[in-house]
Design a protein around this ligand. Sequence first.
Ligand SMILES: Cc1cc2nc3c(=O)[nH]c(=O)nc-3n(C[C@H](O)[C@H](O)[C@H](O)COP(=O)(O)OP(=O)(O)OC[C@H]3O[C@@H](n4cnc5c(N)ncnc54)[C@H](O)[C@@H]3O)c2cc1C
Length: 277
Amino acid sequence: MISFDFEYYRPTTIKEAVQLHQSLDEQGKNPIYFSGGTEIITLGRVNKIQTGAVIDIKGIPECLVMRKDEQQLTLGVAQTLTKIRESQLFPFLSKVIVEIADHTARNKITLGGNLCANIIYRETVLPFLLTESQVVIAGPSGVKMRPLKEVFNQTLKLERGELLVQVITEQSEINSPSLSIKKRRQWDVGYPLITTAALKKNDSIKVGFSGLCSYPFRDQLIEQCLNDPSLSKEKKATEAIRLISTPILDDVHGSAAYRSFVLKNTLLDVMETLEEA
Ligand SMILES: Cc1cc2nc3c(=O)[nH]c(=O)nc-3n(C[C@H](O)[C@H](O)[C@H](O)COP(=O)(O)OP(=O)(O)OC[C@H]3O[C@@H](n4cnc5c(N)ncnc54)[C@H](O)[C@@H]3O)c2cc1C
């Protein structure tokens, strides 16, 4: 049960959503955008989110777009992970999605909800970071398009009242060889011990991680190390781990030492697989 009352709004345009957010904010209602709603409901039940109004974005056509043209793929953030995976428009993203939650939860969880989640994993950000994707953000001052890597630093850095609308990826990035390896402590479904996403472009490997530290990230220094032709694979993997600049998680899913051990083997697998791709 959710112990507090809140108002529910379902605008049909971006402008209406942003204006609603502004006016509800001015009324002190601490509004939040509502996409799949699974996290809001979960956190609301344990009083970790308090809001007087939710703005459901599933009635906004731009947030539901799944469009592929010759140049670009555009994904609206209110689409569910299931719909995006079934479309098979972005195989790398599908590989990440299929490991998130279970089918029933993926029918509700949306792309935008995952990218803006409070929970630390936000795994869908990895394929977008590695494919140099752009995000469309709407706010009180209008709609803008920005490279994801400029606005994603641990979390998506949205200004108050800003709405994530779409993620845009160049078609030229989409067909690069890629893989996603999710290691869990146990079971086939659940949060990651570490998820490693990797992509090969112009003979270079790009990598991103979720579950390794307290936020998902991609690190150029780690990539440089993995692509250094003067090092053996073993040395690359060891050095890459040494380069991780934030503390490795040490929690119920696994100790930092165990995560490092798993990561080293995963990096060796990534290099082996993508070398042949
Ligand atoms: C059973 C289960 C298993 C899970 N397993 C995983 C997992 O393995 N890996 C993983 O990464 N995650 C996992 N999750 C977490 C899940 O991806 C997040 O909780 C996600 O936030 C849920 O998406 P939603 O669409 O329901 O979000 P919502 O509850 O709608 O929103 C979540 C947050 O994002 C904000 N938000 C949503 N859309 C926008 C937008 N367009 N613009 C601005 N802010 C927005 C909301 O205001 C809210 O703060 C799991 C969740 C469940 C229920």
